[in-house]
Design a protein around this ligand. Structure first.
Ligand SMILES: *Cc1c(COP(=O)(O)O)cnc(C)c1O
Length: 469
């Protein structure tokens, strides 16, 4: 596969270059595949649907063709995914796609584990690679866990001491072997600055091969498309039983921050997944809903919310979305919806009261979006009753599939991006009880803390890197 650049279509690089460099330093653009080959009809039409790993292998194949042989790719997929996404029906036309069954209990495991294994393969025969990540929570644990025990690569995680939750800190600071965490006396921005300074320090880079494991890396985006394909095929096949809707419009409801997850959904759709459209669901950081409503893209500083993994005011994957589609095409495919903190609490409570399902603060925005859209918000919008995009709720854009929702010909799949146990204090505030804690989270809480204290001082950080890597 040839990869091109969102800012310069004449750029052509191979998979290895796209993965190892993360982004194009010359143009500042992001890599995207030149084409999105359709999955074989034999798989698309299969009933029951193929297994998640079958889908993963066949979807990944064209993107690594000529660079990773089939038998190696099969091993990568097998090793990356000892777990699967699960589909939980909420009612006849609503499903939750649970993406938290991986080791760190959030969907980022799907991307990070594929990235770790492909990077390790592509780096064979070269000097060791040192990954530096600054994190304010979920990304660091997914990346640390994904690379743990992976050959030829080590990971150093920087996090702001005292500024993340206990469970998040435990998930970062208890690694051994090739992954370690530095607790920095500073803020998340300080951590990011230390990492950025290291990347632009020529003397350091002469001594150490450094890389990032950024979410803009195409090797984290491609594997997230696997579960969209899987879920849309499974749900399409079971609609005959669940709701008897013939040829339903399948709507993916995606709680979004940096819009990597949603972009992966677009890739799955291009590859033939039976997906009619998307709901871009955000918290108060509603840069994309505002763009869809007004046509103006206005990035802004981020605001802290209960759905903190989505606190992104300048989503980097906007760049990929607008390179792939015109605004008009986006408006035909997307509805958009946002909630503030009050709305998030009410949404967790609503979901629990109506369905018994305990949802996390990110998934809760998706739940409420789909619930509003299918009951009244889309009818109202089509009838001309528009919600001001300054207020929480559905923003005034009618996608092509809107009428199918009104005519009861649509089903919704809500992406549950994390286990509610990771956000237990918010869940308790909403429903008055603790969500059940998965055993792998409980175990991590019992492990000894191995975080290494670090001053917010570049020279000290650099010295540490040189002495310890
Ligand atoms: C990262 C994250 C998101 C946002 O995903 P994007 O790809 O950045 O849009 C949503 N929910 C959870 C739990 C996350 O960790």
């Amino acid at each position: 596969m040839i990869y091109t650049d969102t800012r310069d279509k004449s750029v052509k690089v191979d998979f290895k270059t796209a993965v190892m460099s993360g982004m194009n330093q010359k143009t500042g653009g992001l890599y995207i595949p030149e084409s999105f080959p359709k999955l074989q009809d034999s798989l698309l039409n299969k009933d029951p649907a193929p297994s998640f790993r079958d889908i993963a292998f066949n979807m990944a194949k064209p993107y690594v063709e000529g660079e990773i042989p089939d038998d190696e790719l099969a091993l990568i997929i097998q090793d990356a995914y000892p777990f699967s996404p699960k589909i939980a029906p909420l009612d006849a036309i609503s499903y939750v796609l649970e993406l938290f069954h991986g080791p760190t209990c959030a969907f980022k495991d799907f991307g990070a584990r594929f990235m770790a294994r492909t990077m390790s393969y592509l780096n064979r025969g070269e000097e060791p690679l040192h990954i530096l990540v600054a994190t304010s929570g979920d990304t660091g644990s997914a990346v640390g866990s994904a690379f743990h025990g992976v050959e030829g690569i080590d990971v150093t995680i920087l996090y702001p001491e005292g500024k993340i939750s206990l469970i998040q800190e435990k998930q970062l600071s208890t690694f051994t072997g090739n992954v370690r965490a530095l607790k920095v006396k500073g803020t998340f921005d300080d951590c990011q600055k230390l990492v950025k300074t290291a990347f632009t320090d020529p003397k350091l880079r002469k001594k150490l091969r450094l890389s990032s494991a950024n979410s803009i890396n195409i090797s984290r985006l491609l594997p997230q498309s696997f579960y969209y394909m899987y879920a849309s095929l499974v749900v399409r096949n079971r609609c005959a039983m669940d709701n008897k809707i013939h040829d339903p419009a399948i709507i993916m409801v995606v709680p979004s921050g940096n819009f990597g997850n949603l972009t992966s959904g677009l890739i799955a759709r291009e590859m033939g997944a039976p997906i009619s459209g998307f709901v871009a669901a955000t918290n108060t950081n509603k840069t994309i809903p505002d763009w869809i409503a007004s046509g103006d893209y206005v990035p802004r500083a981020s605001v802290e919310t209960y759905a903190n993994a989505m606190d992104v005011g300048a989503p980097s994957n906007y760049e990929r979305i607008q390179a792939m589609y015109s605004l008009d095409e986006v408006r035909k495919m997307f509805a958009s919806y946002w909630l503030d903190n009050d709305g998030i609490i009410k949404a967790i409570d609503n979901c629990h009261t109506k369905t018994g399902y305990i949802i996390d603060p990110h998934g809760a925005i998706g739940y409420q979006a789909w619930n509003d859209i299918r009951t009244s918000a889309m009818v109202d919008l089509i009838d001309g009753k528009k919600n001001d995009p300054a207020n929480p709720g559905l923003t005034p854009n009618i996608p092509d599939w809107g009428i199918k929702v009104v005519n009861k010909k649509a089903v919704g799949i809500i992406l549950e991006t994390a286990s509610p146990a990771k956000f237990s204090s918010t869940v308790v505030e909403a429903i008055g009880k603790e969500p059940p804690i998965p055993s792998r989270l409980e175990e991590v809480m019992r492990l000894p803390d191995k975080a290494i204290p670090m001053e917010n001082d570049y020279e000290k950080f650099k010295k540490w890197l040189l002495n310890n890597l």
